[in-house]
Design a protein around this ligand. Sequence first.
Ligand code: SDX
Length: 394
Amino acid sequence: MTVAEVKAGLEFKPGLEGVPVTLSSISYVDGKKGILEYRGIPIEDLAAKSTFLETAYLLIWGQLPTTEELTAFEHEIRYHRRIKYRIRDMMKCFPESGHPMDALQASAAALGLFYSRRALDDPAYIRAAAVRLLAKIPTMVAAFQLMRKGNDPVQPRDDLDYSANFLYMLTEQVPDPLAARVFDICLTLHAEHTLNASTFSARVTASTLTDPYAVVASAVGTLAGPLHGGANEEVLEMIEQIGSVENVRGYIDDCIARKSKIMGFGHRVYKVKDPRAIILQNLAEELFAKFGRDDYYDIAVELEKVVEEKLSHKGIYANVDFYSGLVYRKLGIPSDLFTPIFAISRVAGWLAHWKEQLAENRIYRPTQIYTGNRNAVYIPKEERESPTDFADVN
Ligand code: SDX
């Protein structure tokens, strides 16, 4: 069929927009009503009543753990938080100027060198890999942060829970309880979101039956892009560039005139305000009430108001990345660590999808519409004319 015929037949969906490619029971999103559920439980309930580790267990094994199951799971995670000294030594060779997402992708893949056995049909192997990745990813993110400042990384503290320990490893200070609780809720909010780009990447990689460390490394690389997980870092840069509430309207008008995307807004699925943004905005207000307000929040609120005024007719509203950066900044986290923190959380969702893909696997192999030449003639070098203008060779 010609390109036009195929396109007319609606078989061609760039970016697979709206095309179901798998069955899944992990999370549910209603983009029109602003609903997000993990294994059927509303995100609002999990944010208010659960913890990130309990939520990770729910996502991966499909039900909330009993008290005994959760205690055992938390103990296993504490036990596996440390990383091999060879991984630390490898990270010491990374340039300080490198982006932490590249450091995370490299070190996540390197984990596979130490756990190369692949027993994908063994539930004990699946659990061990899930525990190692959930336990070690935060340690690697924190280690790179201290190393790039020229310091030795600190060992995890077993007397601290998951989020408090991460903030401790990052700052070498035991965090304020409110900061640790708010951070843990942020991890719960970012843990899973149906078939977003990085989760799709994880499922495609998983479908080849490679190891889970390669699956996570593939997803980390996908999450790093500014259109996906990298937006939260860009939101803060945007707020800093705007500089004051008075400048917001002019900035938005300029973006619209240039048809440039405004970071932290819009979503392929949500056509109303992202339910996670609502919760994150409340968390930001809680932190500002305790640790002091600043104009970043006022600029963000004005940004959201003006974008809603000018772009809501297109279904463009604040997404999860809009307020998360403000929360992390108030917790003293450097902006280029926002996306690695997104990865720490989304490992839970990627692992759930890895496990679900293995349960009923079929390797992903979509097709294409070929638009190139056919039956072209090979021209000998001496007969070739002016050098190809590589600008128009796609
Ligand atoms: C995440 O998929 C997930 O679930 C992702 C995520 C998760 O939890 O995994 O929710 C996390 O990735 C959140 C999104 C973070 N990214 C950003 O904030 C970057 C800015 N957002 C845009 O790049 C964009 O909104 C996307 C990529 C998120 C979604 O884009 P779509 O669905 O492909 O929309 P589109 O590019 O087809 O745009 C449709 C229209 C266009 O206008 P027209 O050409 O029709 O006139 O909406 C406009 C776009 O110009 N538009 C925007 C906009 N997003 C879309 N205009 C201004 N600013 C924006 N942010």
